[in-house]
Ligand binder design. Structure first.
Ligand code: UD1
Ligand code: UDP
Length: 374
Protein backbone atom coordinates (compact mmCIF):
# COMPACT_ATOMS: atom_id res chain seq x y z
CA UNK A 1 0.00 0.00 0.00
CA UNK A 2 1.25 3.53 -0.84
CA UNK A 3 2.08 5.77 2.14
CA UNK A 4 -0.38 8.56 2.86
CA UNK A 5 1.62 11.78 3.12
CA UNK A 6 0.02 14.14 5.64
CA UNK A 7 1.40 17.66 6.04
CA UNK A 8 0.54 19.39 9.32
CA UNK A 9 0.75 23.18 9.14
CA UNK A 10 0.58 25.39 12.23
CA UNK A 11 2.20 28.48 13.69
CA UNK A 12 1.06 29.44 17.20
CA UNK A 13 1.25 27.94 20.69
CA UNK A 14 -2.32 26.58 20.92
CA UNK A 15 -2.22 25.01 17.46
CA UNK A 16 1.07 23.30 18.34
CA UNK A 17 -0.29 21.94 21.63
CA UNK A 18 -3.37 20.50 19.98
CA UNK A 19 -1.60 19.24 16.84
CA UNK A 20 1.29 17.59 18.72
CA UNK A 21 -0.74 14.47 19.64
CA UNK A 22 -1.98 14.23 16.02
CA UNK A 23 1.59 14.36 14.72
CA UNK A 24 2.54 11.64 17.21
CA UNK A 25 -0.34 9.51 15.93
CA UNK A 26 0.70 10.04 12.28
CA UNK A 27 4.28 9.07 13.17
CA UNK A 28 3.13 5.98 15.06
CA UNK A 29 1.08 4.71 12.12
CA UNK A 30 3.04 2.51 9.70
CA UNK A 31 0.97 3.64 6.69
CA UNK A 32 1.18 7.41 7.12
CA UNK A 33 4.09 9.79 6.58
CA UNK A 34 4.33 13.01 8.58
CA UNK A 35 5.62 16.31 7.20
CA UNK A 36 5.55 19.21 9.66
CA UNK A 37 5.53 22.83 8.52
CA UNK A 38 5.56 25.65 11.05
CA UNK A 39 4.87 29.17 9.90
CA UNK A 40 6.56 30.69 12.95
CA UNK A 41 3.62 33.09 13.54
CA UNK A 42 4.81 32.68 17.14
CA UNK A 43 8.49 32.22 17.87
CA UNK A 44 9.42 31.59 21.53
CA UNK A 45 5.93 30.40 22.48
CA UNK A 46 5.90 27.91 19.61
CA UNK A 47 9.43 26.72 20.33
CA UNK A 48 8.46 25.89 23.92
CA UNK A 49 5.79 23.46 22.70
CA UNK A 50 7.93 21.86 19.98
CA UNK A 51 10.61 21.13 22.58
CA UNK A 52 8.22 19.57 25.10
CA UNK A 53 6.69 17.26 22.48
CA UNK A 54 10.03 16.66 20.72
CA UNK A 55 8.77 17.72 17.31
CA UNK A 56 11.33 18.78 14.69
CA UNK A 57 9.62 20.67 11.87
CA UNK A 58 10.65 19.85 8.32
CA UNK A 59 10.05 23.50 7.34
CA UNK A 60 9.93 26.76 9.30
CA UNK A 61 8.71 29.90 7.51
CA UNK A 62 9.91 32.02 10.46
CA UNK A 63 7.47 34.87 9.70
CA UNK A 64 7.01 36.51 13.12
CA UNK A 65 7.48 40.25 13.50
CA UNK A 66 6.95 42.41 16.57
CA UNK A 67 3.33 43.66 16.70
CA UNK A 68 2.61 41.93 13.40
CA UNK A 69 -0.45 42.89 11.33
CA UNK A 70 -3.03 40.38 10.12
CA UNK A 71 -2.28 41.30 6.51
CA UNK A 72 1.44 40.58 6.95
CA UNK A 73 0.81 37.18 8.58
CA UNK A 74 -1.67 36.19 5.87
CA UNK A 75 0.46 37.20 2.91
CA UNK A 76 3.71 35.76 4.30
CA UNK A 77 2.07 32.40 5.04
CA UNK A 78 0.45 32.10 1.61
CA UNK A 79 3.66 33.02 -0.21
CA UNK A 80 5.86 30.88 2.05
CA UNK A 81 3.76 27.77 1.60
CA UNK A 82 3.59 28.12 -2.17
CA UNK A 83 6.96 26.51 -2.92
CA UNK A 84 6.69 23.94 -0.10
CA UNK A 85 3.34 22.62 -1.31
CA UNK A 86 4.64 22.48 -4.86
CA UNK A 87 7.72 20.52 -3.81
CA UNK A 88 6.16 18.13 -1.27
CA UNK A 89 2.86 17.36 -3.03
CA UNK A 90 1.17 16.04 0.15
CA UNK A 91 -1.97 13.91 -0.12
CA UNK A 92 -3.62 15.96 2.59
CA UNK A 93 -2.86 18.97 4.76
CA UNK A 94 -4.06 19.28 8.34
CA UNK A 95 -4.70 22.63 9.95
CA UNK A 96 -6.05 23.40 13.39
CA UNK A 97 -8.53 25.86 14.83
CA UNK A 98 -8.84 29.49 13.88
CA UNK A 99 -5.61 31.45 13.76
CA UNK A 100 -4.48 33.47 10.78
CA UNK A 101 -1.95 30.73 10.03
CA UNK A 102 -4.87 28.27 9.86
CA UNK A 103 -6.87 30.37 7.44
CA UNK A 104 -3.92 31.31 5.21
CA UNK A 105 -2.59 27.73 5.11
CA UNK A 106 -6.02 26.48 4.05
CA UNK A 107 -6.15 28.99 1.24
CA UNK A 108 -2.68 27.95 0.09
CA UNK A 109 -3.70 24.30 0.06
CA UNK A 110 -6.85 25.20 -1.86
CA UNK A 111 -4.77 27.07 -4.46
CA UNK A 112 -2.71 23.88 -4.88
CA UNK A 113 -5.85 21.68 -4.89
CA UNK A 114 -4.59 19.70 -1.93
CA UNK A 115 -7.39 18.22 0.27
CA UNK A 116 -7.70 19.90 3.65
CA UNK A 117 -8.51 18.35 7.04
CA UNK A 118 -9.63 20.86 9.67
CA UNK A 119 -8.99 19.78 13.25
CA UNK A 120 -11.38 21.50 15.69
CA UNK A 121 -13.82 22.48 12.95
CA UNK A 122 -17.25 24.01 13.47
CA UNK A 123 -16.74 26.29 16.48
CA UNK A 124 -18.88 29.41 16.10
CA UNK A 125 -20.09 32.48 17.94
CA UNK A 126 -21.88 33.77 14.81
CA UNK A 127 -20.39 37.18 15.57
CA UNK A 128 -17.90 38.31 12.94
CA UNK A 129 -15.84 40.39 15.39
CA UNK A 130 -15.93 38.14 18.45
CA UNK A 131 -13.44 36.65 18.71
CA UNK A 132 -11.60 38.75 16.15
CA UNK A 133 -10.29 37.66 13.69
CA UNK A 134 -10.79 34.02 14.73
CA UNK A 135 -14.52 33.69 13.93
CA UNK A 136 -13.91 34.69 10.31
CA UNK A 137 -10.68 32.65 10.12
CA UNK A 138 -12.52 29.44 10.99
CA UNK A 139 -15.44 30.18 8.66
CA UNK A 140 -13.11 30.79 5.72
CA UNK A 141 -11.18 27.62 6.60
CA UNK A 142 -14.37 25.56 6.74
CA UNK A 143 -15.41 26.86 3.32
CA UNK A 144 -12.38 25.17 1.72
CA UNK A 145 -12.14 22.14 4.04
CA UNK A 146 -12.63 18.56 2.77
CA UNK A 147 -12.63 16.66 6.08
CA UNK A 148 -14.12 18.24 9.19
CA UNK A 149 -12.98 17.00 12.60
CA UNK A 150 -15.64 18.47 14.86
CA UNK A 151 -14.88 18.17 18.59
CA UNK A 152 -18.54 17.78 19.64
CA UNK A 153 -22.05 17.20 18.27
CA UNK A 154 -22.68 20.89 18.72
CA UNK A 155 -19.82 21.89 16.44
CA UNK A 156 -21.03 19.29 13.91
CA UNK A 157 -24.47 20.92 13.99
CA UNK A 158 -22.92 24.34 13.38
CA UNK A 159 -21.33 22.95 10.21
CA UNK A 160 -24.60 21.37 9.10
CA UNK A 161 -26.36 24.73 9.56
CA UNK A 162 -23.89 26.14 7.01
CA UNK A 163 -24.73 23.30 4.61
CA UNK A 164 -21.38 21.57 4.76
CA UNK A 165 -21.47 17.96 3.50
CA UNK A 166 -22.61 15.70 6.39
CA UNK A 167 -20.61 12.74 5.05
CA UNK A 168 -17.37 14.73 5.55
CA UNK A 169 -18.06 15.73 9.17
CA UNK A 170 -16.74 13.52 11.99
CA UNK A 171 -17.29 14.06 15.70
CA UNK A 172 -13.91 13.17 17.15
CA UNK A 173 -13.52 14.91 20.52
CA UNK A 174 -10.82 17.53 21.06
CA UNK A 175 -7.12 16.70 20.80
CA UNK A 176 -6.43 18.96 23.80
CA UNK A 177 -7.57 16.08 26.02
CA UNK A 178 -4.99 13.84 24.30
CA UNK A 179 -2.33 16.48 25.05
CA UNK A 180 -3.19 16.52 28.76
CA UNK A 181 -2.20 12.83 28.96
CA UNK A 182 1.38 13.83 28.10
CA UNK A 183 1.66 16.69 30.57
CA UNK A 184 -0.15 16.34 33.92
CA UNK A 185 1.90 14.70 36.71
CA UNK A 186 1.10 14.10 40.39
CA UNK A 187 4.63 14.95 41.57
CA UNK A 188 4.73 18.32 39.83
CA UNK A 189 6.51 21.33 41.35
CA UNK A 190 7.09 24.92 40.19
CA UNK A 191 9.15 27.67 41.83
CA UNK A 192 6.33 30.24 41.73
CA UNK A 193 4.36 28.05 44.16
CA UNK A 194 7.20 28.38 46.73
CA UNK A 195 6.47 32.11 46.96
CA UNK A 196 2.83 31.45 47.90
CA UNK A 197 1.85 30.28 51.42
CA UNK A 198 0.10 26.88 51.50
CA UNK A 199 -3.15 28.29 52.89
CA UNK A 200 -3.56 30.82 50.05
CA UNK A 201 -5.91 30.23 47.14
CA UNK A 202 -4.17 30.45 43.75
CA UNK A 203 -5.98 31.90 40.76
CA UNK A 204 -4.38 31.26 37.37
CA UNK A 205 -4.88 34.09 34.86
CA UNK A 206 -4.29 34.38 31.11
CA UNK A 207 -5.48 37.17 28.83
CA UNK A 208 -4.32 38.03 25.34
CA UNK A 209 -7.13 38.36 22.75
CA UNK A 210 -6.89 41.21 20.25
CA UNK A 211 -10.46 42.41 21.00
CA UNK A 212 -9.57 42.65 24.73
CA UNK A 213 -6.37 44.63 24.29
CA UNK A 214 -6.52 48.17 25.75
CA UNK A 215 -9.45 49.19 27.96
CA UNK A 216 -11.16 45.77 28.44
CA UNK A 217 -7.88 44.36 29.72
CA UNK A 218 -7.38 47.34 32.05
CA UNK A 219 -10.91 46.88 33.42
CA UNK A 220 -10.35 43.20 34.19
CA UNK A 221 -6.96 43.86 35.77
CA UNK A 222 -8.54 46.59 37.97
CA UNK A 223 -11.09 44.07 39.29
CA UNK A 224 -8.33 41.60 40.09
CA UNK A 225 -6.26 44.28 41.78
CA UNK A 226 -9.22 45.24 43.99
CA UNK A 227 -9.96 41.62 44.97
CA UNK A 228 -6.38 40.73 45.90
CA UNK A 229 -5.91 43.99 47.78
CA UNK A 230 -9.03 43.33 49.87
CA UNK A 231 -8.27 39.60 50.39
CA UNK A 232 -4.76 38.86 51.64
CA UNK A 233 -5.07 35.09 51.20
CA UNK A 234 -5.51 35.19 47.40
CA UNK A 235 -2.61 35.00 44.95
CA UNK A 236 -2.88 35.40 41.19
CA UNK A 237 -0.33 33.76 38.88
CA UNK A 238 -0.28 35.39 35.45
CA UNK A 239 2.03 34.04 32.72
CA UNK A 240 1.94 37.09 30.49
CA UNK A 241 1.58 36.56 26.72
CA UNK A 242 4.55 37.95 24.78
CA UNK A 243 2.40 40.34 22.74
CA UNK A 244 3.82 43.84 23.52
CA UNK A 245 0.26 45.22 23.78
CA UNK A 246 -0.50 42.74 26.57
CA UNK A 247 2.84 43.08 28.36
CA UNK A 248 2.54 46.86 28.55
CA UNK A 249 -0.84 46.89 30.33
CA UNK A 250 -0.11 43.93 32.62
CA UNK A 251 3.22 45.27 33.92
CA UNK A 252 1.76 48.77 34.34
CA UNK A 253 -1.42 47.86 36.28
CA UNK A 254 0.14 45.18 38.47
CA UNK A 255 3.48 46.95 39.05
CA UNK A 256 2.98 47.47 42.81
CA UNK A 257 0.73 44.48 43.61
CA UNK A 258 2.62 41.88 45.65
CA UNK A 259 0.23 38.96 45.34
CA UNK A 260 -0.11 39.14 41.57
CA UNK A 261 2.83 37.13 40.18
CA UNK A 262 3.67 38.17 36.63
CA UNK A 263 5.81 35.51 34.98
CA UNK A 264 7.01 34.53 31.50
CA UNK A 265 4.72 32.32 29.37
CA UNK A 266 4.92 28.85 30.87
CA UNK A 267 5.93 25.69 29.08
CA UNK A 268 2.78 23.71 28.49
CA UNK A 269 3.69 21.07 31.10
CA UNK A 270 4.07 23.82 33.69
CA UNK A 271 0.86 25.49 32.63
CA UNK A 272 -1.25 22.33 32.81
CA UNK A 273 0.17 21.36 36.18
CA UNK A 274 -0.24 24.84 37.64
CA UNK A 275 -3.82 24.84 36.32
CA UNK A 276 -4.37 21.51 38.07
CA UNK A 277 -3.15 23.05 41.32
CA UNK A 278 -5.07 26.34 41.05
CA UNK A 279 -8.34 27.12 42.86
CA UNK A 280 -9.89 28.52 39.69
CA UNK A 281 -8.87 30.02 36.35
CA UNK A 282 -9.60 33.37 34.72
CA UNK A 283 -8.98 33.50 30.98
CA UNK A 284 -9.96 34.73 27.54
CA UNK A 285 -8.11 31.79 25.97
CA UNK A 286 -9.93 29.21 23.88
CA UNK A 287 -7.77 26.21 24.71
CA UNK A 288 -7.80 26.86 28.43
CA UNK A 289 -11.61 26.75 28.41
CA UNK A 290 -11.38 23.22 27.03
CA UNK A 291 -8.69 21.98 29.40
CA UNK A 292 -10.32 23.20 32.61
CA UNK A 293 -13.25 20.72 32.73
CA UNK A 294 -10.77 17.82 32.55
CA UNK A 295 -8.83 19.32 35.44
CA UNK A 296 -12.04 20.04 37.43
CA UNK A 297 -11.29 23.75 37.58
CA UNK A 298 -13.96 26.45 37.35
CA UNK A 299 -13.26 29.12 34.72
CA UNK A 300 -14.33 32.76 34.60
CA UNK A 301 -14.31 33.55 30.87
CA UNK A 302 -13.15 37.12 30.28
CA UNK A 303 -15.10 37.55 27.05
CA UNK A 304 -18.64 38.45 26.01
CA UNK A 305 -19.09 35.36 23.85
CA UNK A 306 -17.77 31.84 23.68
CA UNK A 307 -17.59 29.29 20.90
CA UNK A 308 -17.37 26.65 23.63
CA UNK A 309 -20.97 26.54 24.97
CA UNK A 310 -20.42 22.86 25.88
CA UNK A 311 -18.32 24.03 28.82
CA UNK A 312 -20.98 26.52 29.90
CA UNK A 313 -23.64 23.80 29.69
CA UNK A 314 -21.44 21.41 31.67
CA UNK A 315 -21.17 24.10 34.35
CA UNK A 316 -17.40 24.70 34.25
CA UNK A 317 -17.41 27.97 32.34
CA UNK A 318 -19.02 31.22 33.37
CA UNK A 319 -19.08 33.98 30.77
CA UNK A 320 -18.19 37.07 32.75
CA UNK A 321 -17.12 39.67 30.15
CA UNK A 322 -14.62 42.38 30.99
CA UNK A 323 -16.48 45.00 33.08
CA UNK A 324 -14.71 45.64 36.39
CA UNK A 325 -17.78 45.27 38.59
CA UNK A 326 -18.94 42.02 36.95
CA UNK A 327 -15.49 40.44 37.06
CA UNK A 328 -15.13 41.36 40.72
CA UNK A 329 -18.56 39.94 41.62
CA UNK A 330 -17.83 36.70 39.78
CA UNK A 331 -14.48 36.30 41.56
CA UNK A 332 -15.97 36.93 44.99
CA UNK A 333 -18.86 34.57 44.34
CA UNK A 334 -16.50 31.68 43.47
CA UNK A 335 -14.22 32.52 46.40
CA UNK A 336 -16.98 32.79 49.00
CA UNK A 337 -19.71 30.38 47.92
CA UNK A 338 -18.23 26.94 48.60
CA UNK A 339 -21.39 25.10 47.52
CA UNK A 340 -21.28 26.80 44.11
CA UNK A 341 -17.55 26.12 43.87
CA UNK A 342 -18.01 22.39 44.49
CA UNK A 343 -20.80 22.14 41.93
CA UNK A 344 -18.79 23.91 39.24
CA UNK A 345 -15.56 22.05 39.97
CA UNK A 346 -17.27 18.67 39.61
CA UNK A 347 -18.84 19.20 36.19
CA UNK A 348 -18.18 16.77 33.35
CA UNK A 349 -15.59 17.12 30.55
CA UNK A 350 -17.47 17.41 27.22
CA UNK A 351 -14.40 17.08 24.99
CA UNK A 352 -13.80 13.39 24.63
CA UNK A 353 -11.76 10.46 25.85
CA UNK A 354 -8.18 11.40 24.93
CA UNK A 355 -8.10 9.22 21.77
CA UNK A 356 -9.11 11.93 19.29
CA UNK A 357 -5.78 11.99 17.44
CA UNK A 358 -5.77 8.29 16.53
CA UNK A 359 -9.39 8.65 15.43
CA UNK A 360 -8.47 11.54 13.12
CA UNK A 361 -5.61 9.63 11.48
CA UNK A 362 -7.85 6.61 10.91
CA UNK A 363 -10.52 8.78 9.27
CA UNK A 364 -7.89 10.31 6.96
CA UNK A 365 -6.78 6.82 5.94
CA UNK A 366 -10.34 5.64 5.29
CA UNK A 367 -11.10 8.75 3.24
CA UNK A 368 -8.09 8.15 1.02
CA UNK A 369 -8.66 4.42 0.76
CA UNK A 370 -12.13 5.17 -0.63
CA UNK A 371 -11.35 8.19 -2.79
CA UNK A 372 -7.93 7.52 -4.17
CA UNK A 373 -7.37 3.78 -3.73
CA UNK A 374 -3.99 4.36 -2.09
C1 UD1 B 1 -2.48 34.50 18.01
C2 UD1 B 1 -3.77 34.15 17.27
C3 UD1 B 1 -4.89 33.87 18.26
C4 UD1 B 1 -4.45 32.84 19.30
C5 UD1 B 1 -3.13 33.27 19.92
C6 UD1 B 1 -2.62 32.21 20.86
C7 UD1 B 1 -4.17 35.26 15.14
C8 UD1 B 1 -4.55 36.51 14.46
N1 UD1 B 1 -4.17 35.29 16.46
O1 UD1 B 1 -2.71 35.70 18.73
O2 UD1 B 1 -6.00 33.36 17.56
O3 UD1 B 1 -5.43 32.78 20.29
O4 UD1 B 1 -2.15 33.45 18.90
O5 UD1 B 1 -1.63 32.69 21.70
O6 UD1 B 1 -3.86 34.28 14.50
N2 UD1 B 1 4.99 37.40 20.20
C9 UD1 B 1 6.31 37.16 20.53
N3 UD1 B 1 6.73 35.87 20.64
C10 UD1 B 1 5.91 34.80 20.49
C11 UD1 B 1 4.56 35.05 20.19
C12 UD1 B 1 4.12 36.35 20.03
O7 UD1 B 1 7.09 38.09 20.67
O8 UD1 B 1 6.34 33.66 20.63
C13 UD1 B 1 4.52 38.80 20.04
C14 UD1 B 1 4.97 39.42 18.70
O9 UD1 B 1 5.28 40.77 18.91
C15 UD1 B 1 3.72 39.31 17.84
C16 UD1 B 1 2.63 39.51 18.89
O10 UD1 B 1 3.10 38.82 20.05
O11 UD1 B 1 3.68 40.24 16.79
C17 UD1 B 1 1.26 39.03 18.52
O12 UD1 B 1 1.30 37.71 17.99
P1 UD1 B 1 0.10 37.22 17.01
O13 UD1 B 1 0.35 35.81 16.63
O14 UD1 B 1 -0.09 38.20 15.91
O15 UD1 B 1 -1.17 37.36 17.91
P2 UD1 B 1 -1.56 36.62 19.24
O16 UD1 B 1 -2.22 37.58 20.12
O17 UD1 B 1 -0.41 35.84 19.75
N1 UDP C 1 -0.57 27.75 27.74
C1 UDP C 1 0.79 27.51 27.96
N2 UDP C 1 1.52 28.42 28.67
C2 UDP C 1 0.97 29.57 29.15
C3 UDP C 1 -0.40 29.82 28.89
C4 UDP C 1 -1.13 28.90 28.17
O1 UDP C 1 1.31 26.48 27.55
O2 UDP C 1 1.68 30.34 29.80
C5 UDP C 1 -1.34 26.76 26.96
C6 UDP C 1 -2.67 26.36 27.52
O3 UDP C 1 -2.55 25.20 28.32
C7 UDP C 1 -3.50 26.05 26.28
C8 UDP C 1 -2.90 26.96 25.24
O4 UDP C 1 -1.65 27.40 25.73
O5 UDP C 1 -3.30 24.72 25.84
C9 UDP C 1 -3.78 28.14 24.99
O6 UDP C 1 -3.12 29.04 24.21
P1 UDP C 1 -3.54 30.56 24.07
O7 UDP C 1 -4.29 30.98 25.28
O8 UDP C 1 -2.31 31.30 23.72
O9 UDP C 1 -4.44 30.55 22.78
P2 UDP C 1 -5.98 30.22 22.48
O10 UDP C 1 -6.29 28.90 23.05
O11 UDP C 1 -6.76 31.34 23.07
O12 UDP C 1 -6.05 30.26 21.00
Amino acid sequence: MKMLKIMSIFGTRPEAIKMAPVIKAIEANADTQSVVVVTGQHREMLQQVLQIFEIEPNYDLDIMEKNQSLAKITSKVILGLDTILEKEEPNLILVHGDTTTTMAASLSAFYHQVPIGHVEAGLRTWDKYSPYPEEMNRMITDDVTDLYFAPTELSKNNLLKENHDASKIFVTGNTVIDALKYTVHDDYHHGVLDEIPDDHKVILLTMHRRENQGQPMRDVFSAIKEVVTENANIDVVYPVHLSPKVQQVAYEVFADVDNVHLIEPLEVTDFHNLAARSYFIMTDSGGVQEEAPSLNKPVLVLRDTTERPEGVEAGTLEIVGTETIKVKQAMLSLLNDSEKYRRVANSKNPYGDGHTSERIVKICQQYFAQKHSL
